[in-house]
Design a protein. Structure first.
Length: 269
């Protein structure tokens, strides 16, 4: 069995972060491991509290994983503290990690900034150059290239600039100001569009975490990047189309929609 590691924060409501990553990895057929960067008290209505782990403890988590079950791919999600970013970059280089997918969680869907300017700079300097693929949404791409992105041409321009700056592939996710579900993959001066199904489901909590984890899972299984993105987009569409409806706010997707077997049957009593 192939293996994947998620480095991210915990979401106590299970829809995003570490919990979404692990559910996604299991459903996509890889063995999931985690290094938790922060505990959050959150639910479908918002984040109530955040408690970062110490840099020393995060380093120990990463040592424990890499020294025993070496991951075939690594997904990195929200890391809001610059000292934690230092540790992650140091350990990824130390253990020569491969198939690194970085979801640069900087701007919420609402437009609110999630991490400090200092931390953004450290992300750009230390973590992005290690990535095989970055998966920014449009607000995050706008922050990275300091330009407005309002149409397909500007998506191509922004993705190209990010790719050339950090020497990695970039999957620029649609939606937001573009208002469609189409994503753009850019690398080596070329680009490909991946059309997504526009599913009328308001419950989209954790879509970014889920997509990046699915891509990491498919890279771990040996798929090339274009195929990994295509398969991951199909998985997201299925998880949204299952129309799970939990919570009072923007609820989670059904990450396990594709797991239907003897062990998920309900009691007939």
């Amino acid at each position: 069995m192939r293996t994947a590691l998620t480095i991210a924060g915990s979401d106590s409501s299970g829809g995003a972060g570490i919990q979404a990553d692990i559910k996604t990895m299991i459903t996509n057929g890889v063995y999931a491991m985690s290094a938790i960067t922060a505990l959050t008290a959150q639910n479908t209505t918002g984040v109530q509290a955040i408690l970062n782990v110490t840099p020393e403890f995060l380093g120990q988590e990463l040592d424990s994983v890499f020294q025993d079950i070496y991951p075939d791919a690594v997904k990195i999600g929200m890391v809001s503290d610059k000292d934690l970013i230092h540790v992650i970059a140091e350990k990824l280089k130390q253990y020569k990690a491969e198939n690194i997918v970085v979801d640069p969680v900087m701007v919420a869907t609402s437009g609110a900034k999630l991490i400090s300017d200092d931390a953004v700079e450290i992300l750009k300097q230390e973590l992005f150059p290690l990535a095989d693929v970055l998966t920014p949404n449009i607000p995050e791409a706008e922050v990275l290239v300091e330009m407005s992105v309002t149409n397909a041409e500007e998506m191509i321009e922004a993705a190209g600039k990010i790719s050339e700056t950090y020497h990695c592939a970039v999957l620029c996710k649609g939606g937001h100001s573009i208002n469609d579900a189409n994503d753009l993959l850019y690398y080596d001066g070329k680009y490909w569009w991946f059309e997504g199904k526009r599913i009328d489901n308001p419950n989209t909590h954790g879509t970014g975490c889920t997509l990046s984890s699915a891509i990491a899972s498919n890279l771990a299984k040996g798929y090339d990047l274009q195929t990994a993105v295509k398969r991951s987009k199909q998985y997201i569409s299925g998880a949204l189309a299952a129309m799970l409806d939990l919570g009072k706010g923007s609820g989670p997707m059904d990450h396990g929609f594709a797991i239907r077997n003897e062990y998920v049957k309900e009691s007939e009593k």
